[in-house]
Write a protein that binds this ligand. Structure first.
Ligand SMILES: NC(=O)c1ccc[n+]([C@@H]2O[C@H](COP(=O)([O-])OP(=O)(O)OC[C@H]3O[C@@H](n4cnc5c(N)ncnc54)[C@H](OP(=O)(O)O)[C@@H]3O)[C@@H](O)[C@H]2O)c1
Length: 253
């Protein structure tokens, strides 16, 4: 698949992985819709970018609010007629331990990480089904297969996203609509800058963006990286619950 001439939507484009993807795609020849709440950050890097080949539309939208997603989709349809490839990348990853336990963190996390995908799919689906094409690439995480202490809301939201996307992939295949699950390991972004634990094989966002763009071009079902962390999470995922909980308690993860 090539991106030239296509309309791509990227949510969570203000910082981190979404920003790095957007900066690379700005140099191509496509229509880019860039979404976040802090749109001033997006305008800032567009203004600083050189060799821009793509047209862009920046929309302020909280993806956890259904009515804001609906309004943003109307603007996209007015400007570009619709979307070909949606990269649903917005996400929140807060460290919440039992000491700081607060259900508001769960609402925000599930709002962005799960409903931020579901609301966009709700708007995109009718048009994708009508034209019998489209790509939904959404960001989950390699942290989707176990509950890590201090990250319970995050892991649960990513597990929900991964399982939801898997079902959607099966259902949409006969309609020629591709669903791609993106599962990164640790990437250096404002989200991980707040972590005070060791993050093995921490990757730069530009490298992660390259892997994600190339994975979408190759129409992979699942884009997961780096392979070492993927392998480790497969092994951790296969451990019996009792063994995992004992090890996690010892390692304080
Ligand atoms: N970094 C990692 O190690 C890692 C690993 C696995 C998965 N991921 C996933 O990768 C994605 C990108 O994260 P990142 O690491 O690049 O973190 P980041 O730099 O904090 O970026 C998160 C992006 O999501 C946007 N966002 C958050 N809540 C939103 C909301 N309610 N509505 C609209 N946009 C919202 C933020 O924009 P505004 O605040 O401006 O709205 C920002 O652009 C997330 O889904 C994350 O879970 C990251």
């Amino acid at each position: 698949m090539t991106f030239a001439g296509k309309t791509l939507l990227i949510t969570g484009a203000s910082t981190g992985i979404g920003k790095a993807i957007a900066q690379k795609l700005l140099k191509q020849n496509c229509n880019l819709v860039l979404i976040a709440r802090r749109v001033e950050l997006i305008s800032e890097y567009i203004n600083q970018s050189q060799n821009i080949g793509s047209q862009s539309l920046v929309i302020k939208c909280d993806v956890s609010k259904k009515e804001e997603v609906a309004a943003a989709y109307e603007l996209i349809k007015q400007k570009f007629g619709g979307v070909d490839i949606a990269i649903l990348n917005s996400g929140i990853g807060r460290n919440v331990t039992v000491k700081t336990y607060n259900s508001k963190d769960a609402e925000d996390t599930f709002g962005a990480n799960v409903f931020g995908i579901i609301y966009w799919v709700e708007k995109l689906l009718p048009d994708f089904l009508k034209k019998k094409s489209g790509v939904i690439a959404a960001t989950s995480s390699l942290a989707d297969n176990r509950g890590f202490s201090g990250s319970g809301f995050y892991c649960a939201s990513k597990a929900a996203a991964t399982i939801y996307l898997e079902g959607l992939r099966v259902e949409l295949k006969p309609h020629n609509i591709k669903v791609i699950t993106i599962r990164p390991g640790f990437v250096r972004t404002p989200m991980t800058d707040q972590n005070n634990f060791k993050m093995p094989l921490l990757m730069e966002p530009e490298k992660a963006a390259e892997i994600i763009i190339s994975g979408i071009e190759k129409e992979k079902r699942v884009i997961q990286f780096p392979w070492q962390i993927y392998l480790a999470t497969r092994i951790i995922g296969a451990l019996p619950g009792r063994v995992y909980e004992w090890l996690a308690g010892k390692a304080k993860i």
